[in-house]
Design a protein around this ligand. Structure first.
Ligand code: UD1
Ligand code: UDP
Length: 382
């Protein structure tokens, strides 16, 4: 029997965290041969995840450059995959989400007339410039893809509005699958400094990296955190700083002088999920953290003007704060001072998945290729 050759292409930290559980799942399916191709859009931050999940890629395009441009990433992925597909032509390419790796890999698949499956399809902010360039990356990937794995019902509806109606499966988000394997009560952090924090006191986890926040918005975020830290010396702010040179420079410029702000290297995914499960709240412009923190019952302040993940906002655990300094300070202070408000936001909700997304995607793939009898039962949020 010829196996179905499924090539998973990814290149950044969040894609890896969300695709590695799927690689593991596909490895268990006798009818499927998974092939892993990383673009290396990220290097250290990607390798951290590959090591954590013990995955060795079959192909590595190794494209990262310091302060790379979107054009460079796109063209290097396209050219690199041209060579890979000539060596090893899969039956389908699976890409993830909204990065430039995802879009360029989807385009490469299309140019080679290989089927394309889009994992985490259908999220929309409806603003082509925010998140930038991710909104357009995701829209274009959705236009190219033959199969669409939408995490939620709302994501499927977004695709429907654009006329994308065939082979759309509601699966839940694979990040919830990952979370189920990483968080442990007795976990000991690899980053030893995290073992010495008193989590019975208020600890805030923060991250910031979005391109559309570069410049004034990012400076506002850093200044707001510096002021909050100065006004509340009893609170510890834990900030694993993204390796982007711009983010590194801005974070250190504004926060180096704050004794209760821990500026640390990017955390391995096990450390990250476990610290998230222990903190008081999360402040972030990240997409993935907006999905993980609600599942762990942690209030999230989103340091952006919009979100393509409205489900947890509707559920009440996530607030869109924007990037104004005073707005950030006001929303954070309310969560520190107004316990009723805090407890309302703290409820654990799981609008993004139930931990079975990878199994659903595997079953849907078998169905699509005529090996399985029916697609998986769709994910329905609690
Ligand atoms: C990328 C994605 C973004 C995603 C983010 C996750 C695009 C356009 N952007 O943004 O959607 O939210 O990843 O983190 O696809 N760097 C390192 N080592 C690393 C990773 C990055 O040094 O392991 C530095 C390099 O100088 C690199 C820069 O960070 O040039 C920016 O990386 P890039 O992937 O272009 O942008 P991100 O902001 O990480
Ligand atoms: N993450 C991590 N270490 C860190 C920061 C983030 O493992 O130091 C994880 C986080 O838990 C989430 C993912 O990386 O699963 C989010 O990635 P990022 O914020 O870089 O990108 P986004 O989700 O915004 O695309």
């Amino acid at each position: 029997m010829n196996k179905i050759k499924v090539m998973l292409v990814f290149g950044t930290r969040p894609e890896a965290i969300k695709m590695c559980p799927l690689v593991k799942e596909l490895e268990q399916i006798p009818e499927i041969e998974p092939i892993v191709c990383v673009t290396g859009q990220h290097r250290e931050m990607l390798d951290q995840v590959l090591q954590a999940f013990e995955i060795t890629p079959d192909f590595d395009l190794n494209i990262m450059e310091k302060s790379q441009t979107l054009s460079s990433v796109t063209s290097k992925v396209l050219m690199g995959l041209h060579d890979v597909f000539n060596q090893n032509r899969p039956d389908i390419v699976l890409v993830h989400g909204d990065t430039t790796t995802s879009f360029a890999a989807g385009l490469a698949g299309f140019y080679h007339q290989i089927k394309v499956g889009h994992v985490e399809a259908g999220l929309r902010s409806f603003d082509k410039n925010s998140p930038y360039p991710e909104e357009m990356n995701r829209v274009l990937t959705g236009r190219i893809a033959d199969l669409h794995f939408a995490p939620t019902t709302a994501n499927k509806k977004n695709l429907d509005l654009e006329g994308v109606r065939e082979h759309v499966y509601i699966t839940g988000n694979t990040v919830i699958d990952a979370l189920k394997t990483t968080v442990r009560e007795d976990y000991v952090f690899a980053c030893d400094a995290l073992n010495h924090i008193d989590y019975s006191k208020h600890v805030v986890l923060m991250t910031a990296h979005r391109r559309e926040n570069y410049g004034k918005p990012m400076e506002n975020i850093m200044q707001a955190v510096a002021q909050l830290a100065a006004e509340r010396p009893e609170v510890t702010f834990v900030y694993p700083v993204h390796l982007s040179p711009y983010v590194q420079e801005t974070a250190h410029k504004y926060l180096d002088g704050s004794p209760n702000v821990m500026l640390i290297e990017p955390l391995g995914v096990f450390d990250m999920h476990n610290i998230m499960s222990r903190v008081y709240m999360v402040m972030t412009d990240s997409g993935g953290l907006q999905e993980e923190a609600p599942a762990l019952g942690k209030p999230v302040l989103v340091l952006r003007r919009e979100t393509e993940r409205p489900e947890a906002v509707v559920a009440g655990t996530v607030e869109i704060v924007g990037t104004g300094k005073e707005d950030i300070i006001e929303h954070a202070n309310r969560l520190f001072d107004d316990q009723e408000h805090y407890l309302r936001m703290k409820r654990a909700v799981n609008p993004y998945g139930d931990g079975n997304a990878c199994a659903r995607i595997a079953q849907d793939l078998l169905y699509y290729f005529g090996t399985g009898e029916e697609p998986a039962a769709e994910f329905v949020a609690e």
